[in-house]
Design a protein around this ligand. Structure first.
Ligand SMILES: NC(=O)c1ccc[n+]([C@@H]2O[C@H](COP(=O)([O-])OP(=O)(O)OC[C@H]3O[C@@H](n4cnc5c(N)ncnc54)[C@H](O)[C@@H]3O)[C@@H](O)[C@H]2O)c1
Length: 505
């Protein structure tokens, strides 16, 4: 099954933000494009807006004038839905309401031929539920573009319960022919990106709600240590707190209130107060003129320790040993069967976040996971009231000697980056186990859809298959409310490795 022929007309219904972007993509790819919108005059306005964008592409040298002129010739607004007869594909981008979308597709089926591919750009409704209204539901598919559609490469191609494989394949290949990177996914809440990304926001908000750190510090740690392009607070301010919260609510409701997707009370209050983010001038941060951006917590300089003893294999933090030596600090390595740690000159211990809290130990500082300890510019540390001041100072001085800023946060299990990455891996592994998408497509979707520095499975391979499950098990043990409970799929993923137990079950 191949992509639609470029001579086949494509229709876009609903010509607001997304419809205009999708129409531009199909048009620039070479299709004749027809636009329809229920609001009088809107399709014409959209055609003018698209033409203006083509002009800008020409001005930037990204489109030739002749191509622009030909594209304009191929673009036609329709005053009536019946004007879409003869189209080979209709992409719907109308208001996000099931009844409106169902009614539209029912009407469309009386206009287009039975082999016309019908697609919805819904981001939160069930593709199966929309398609359920159709006479020929096999040709109905989700084509979920990301905003702005002409710029963002990812398209989730969603197969509803009744979608034919041939229709999904055709939609997939067509998106690819349009220069996009399609990923295939089953019709489940949030599809890939909006499902797997939930913990990114939830964990940051949970750390904040537990008084572990302020938004500026959490954002700085996610960026500078985790390698995320933006922190969860600044990103939700950009998306809009109402928009982000409504996606969270929709996924949570659709999973029958699965506690792992529980929305944030702090975000609820923010929305209630009208602090919707950049568009409102204020959200987690204040965007009004002259407002100062709060600084993340950054520890004062502390002297470096003269030496450290590394006990056991530091696993994901193993590179630290080379960095510590390069900083001129002596490292003595000692084999250790139980646990891994850096022992500081005063006898205190520095341990990679593992899901426990330092209150369990007499003199421990936890340090957070970094995407790459060499390039990370900030590291979060946490400790309890029982940790000695000397241990905190030596731990701080050690990371400062490696050129890192240090943010000392509250005694939060799993710290910031580690718990976020562990939960993203868990949700991703479970999605594969439930047939939502392949590991490769999930990695692609998370890198292209939300700019993650690594896909969850790339991260999982780097950290070791058992790492996320071990951390979440610890978190679940000390706070068994269920929101951090590792999935059965993660348990099986961790054990699907060489080195099986030798005893019988
Ligand atoms: N905005 C985003 O970031 C984004 C991203 C991905 C998917 N989506 C989805 O895309 C769809 C459209 O979102 P948007 O942000 O472009 O909305 P929008 O409000 O900008 O545009 C919607 C358009 O649909 C028109 N419309 C409403 N009912 C109609 C009907 N019955 N027939 C024809 N036209 C109708 C409206 O007049 C309007 O022009 C929604 O399903 C949304 O969930 C949005």
């Amino acid at each position: 099954m191949t992509a639609l022929d470029l001579s086949s007309p494509v229709a876009v219904v609903g010509t607001g933000t997304m419809g205009q972007g999708i129409a531009q993509v199909a048009l620039v790819a070479g299709h004749p494009v027809r636009l329809y919108d229920a609001a009088p005059g809107q399709a014409r306005k959209a055609a003018d807006a698209i033409a203006a964008r083509l002009d800008r592409l020409v001005a930037k040298g990204r489109l030739g004038p002749a191509e622009r002129d030909a594209a304009r010739e191929r673009l036609r607004p329709a005053d009536e839905l019946t004007g879409l007869a003869g189209c080979a594909l209709v992409v719907e981008a109308v208001v996000e309401r099931l009844d409106v979308k169902q009614e539209l597709f029912r009407a469309l089926e009386d206009i287009v031929s039975d082999d016309c591919l019908l697609a919805t750009n819904t981001s939160s409704l069930s593709v199966t539920a929309i398609g359920g209204a159709l006479r020929v539901p096999g040709r109905f598919v989700g084509l979920h573009f990301f905003n702005p559609a002409p710029l963002l490469p990812l398209v989730e191609v969603v197969s509803g319960f009744a979608t034919d494989v041939t229709s999904a394949t055709r939609a997939h290949e067509t998106a690819r022919a349009w220069g996009k990177t399609p990923v295939a996914c089953a019709d489940t809440p949030g599809f890939i990106v909006n499902r797997v990304a939930r913990p990114f926001y939830a964990e940051a908000f949970a750390v904040y709600e537990s008084q572990g750190a302020d938004p500026a510090t959490i954002d700085a740690v996610l960026r500078e240590s985790g390698g995320f392009r933006m922190g969860a607070f600044e990103l939700t301010d950009l998306i809009g707190q109402d928009v982000n919260e409504s996606v969270t609510h929709s996924v949570w409701r659709s999973f029958f209130h699965d506690v792992r997707f529980t929305p944030s009370l702090a975000q609820r209050r923010l929305v209630e107060s009208g602090r919707l983010g950049r568009k409102a001038g204020i959200g987690w941060y204040d965007y009004t003129d002259g407002a100062e951006r709060p600084e993340p917590h950054t520890a004062e300089p502390a002297g470096p320790p003269a030496c450290v003893v590394a006990e056991g294999d530091l696993g994901p933090a193993a590179e630290l040993l080379a960095l510590i030596r390069e900083a001129g600090i002596e490292v003595r390595e000692e084999a250790e069967d139980e646990g891994t740690r850096l022992v500081l000159p005063g006898g205190g211990q520095l341990v990679l976040a593992d899901g426990r809290t330092s209150v369990e130990f007499s003199d421990v500082v936890y340090f957070d996971l970094a995407l790459d300890y060499r390039t990370a510019t900030r590291i979060a540390l946490s400790h309890s009231q029982d940790t000695s001041a000397r241990t905190v100072a030596e731990a701080t001085g050690l990371f400062q000697a490696l050129g890192k800023k240090v943010s000392v946060i509250g005694d939060v299990p799993g710290m910031i980056v580690a718990r976020t990455v562990a939960r993203i891996i868990d949700i991703a592994v479970e999605a594969v186990a439930k047939g939502v998408a392949t590991e490769e497509d999930i990695d692609t979707a998370m890198r292209l859809g939300v700019n993650y520095p690594l896909g969850p499975f790339e991260w999982g391979r780097r950290l070791g298959r058992g790492w996320a499950g071990d951390l979440l098990e610890e978190m679940h043990e000390i706070d068994p409310c269920g929101r951090c409970a590792p999935s059965l799929a993660l348990y099986q993923y961790a054990r699907a490795t060489p080195g099986k137990r030798e005893d019988t079950p």
